[in-house]
Ligand binder design. Structure first.
Ligand code: ADP
Length: 271
């Protein structure tokens, strides 16, 4: 693979981005005839926090789902830590990474969804410890101790034995964040995590994520309509429209003085 070639070769690394954690190269994603992403190129460095903004339907969620291998790409390449998620064989057919490799890869990526997606038949504690125990092979004792500390961190120390259905949306989302962090992910994908919440709890959830951003080096790819949050936590903002990057840059620049008219229009509609 490219990563081993780079590691063993005496040649200087010729790729422009030094060891990106996430790299999209000429990515295309179609659903039938609907071309959602086309010729998409970008990379995310280790520890970098990148926010994707843009109108509904511009392909932002699809990008996160591709990284999480919840969707298969139809063209181009995605590399996670230099490892290709799929490639073309000699006959030009696409070959996905094996299910086993996908599963292994997903253990290094945490994803938090708009609709929480907790396991409804498990307690809060079981939701958080399930994957660390059964996928990472951690001891139950360690997984439970870590879960309690994460529940403390997200402000729900007394909810370990509750069932998700007895919790409010904001509480469920905090559990979902704890569940993602329990895996010590290298990459955290946040897909409109506050869009389904009552307005009065949005800031509580964002405060937890700000703290994660400030206190860890986890690489984050964020889709959000919370522009103040995006401005505070992001190193880079990418504006999408029609499956393309319209412009990208430092949040101070994108939010206060964007170059492109489409970005200006989008921001004046949402801010
Ligand atoms: P955004 O997150 O920017 O709102 P999405 O990535 O959710 O955009 O969607 C981009 C486009 O892809 C939309 O046109 C949507 O209808 C289409 N799409 C997303 N997921 C699917 C799917 N599973 N099947 C068919 N079309 C899909």
């Amino acid at each position: 693979t490219d990563s081993t070639a780079a590691a063993t070769s005496a040649e200087p690394d010729t790729t422009p981005s030094e060891n990106p954690v996430i790299e999209f190269v000429d990515v295309e994603k179609r659903f039938g005839d609907n071309v959602v992403l086309k010729d998409l190129n970008f990379s995310v460095a280790r520890g970098e926090r990148v926010t994707l903004i843009g109108p509904s339907g511009s392909g932002k969620t699809t990008i996160l789902r591709l990284v999480m291998t919840l969707e298969e790409l139809t063209g181009g390449y995605i590399y996670i830590d230099g490892e290709a998620l799929s490639h073309e064989d000699r006959d030009g057919r696409r070959v996905e990474v094996s299910k086993k490799a996908q599963k292994q890869l997903r253990t290094r990526i945490g994803m938090v969804f708009q609709q929480f997606n907790l396991f409804p038949n498990m307690t809060v504690l079981e939701n958080i410890t399930e994957a660390p125990i059964h996928v990472l092979g951690r001891s139950k004792k360690d997984a439970v101790a870590k879960a309690h500390s994460l529940l403390e961190q997200v402000g729900l120390p007394d909810k370990a034995n509750a069932h998700p259905t007895s919790l409010s949306g904001g509480q469920q989302q905090r559990v979902a964040i704890a569940r993602a962090l329990a895996m010590d992910p290298e990459i955290l994908l946040l897909d409109e995590v506050t869009s389904a919440l009552d307005p009065e709890v949005v800031d509580d959830v964002l405060a937890i994520l700000r703290q994660v951003a400030e206190t860890t080096n986890v690489t984050m790819l964020i889709v959000t309509h919370e522009m103040a949050f995006a401005k505070d936590v992001s190193h880079k903002v990418m504006m999408f429209d029609g499956g393309h990057v319209v412009e990208e840059g430092h949040p101070d620049k994108i939010f206060s003085d964007p170059d492109e008219e489409r970005t200006q229009k989008f921001l004046s509609a949402v801010l």
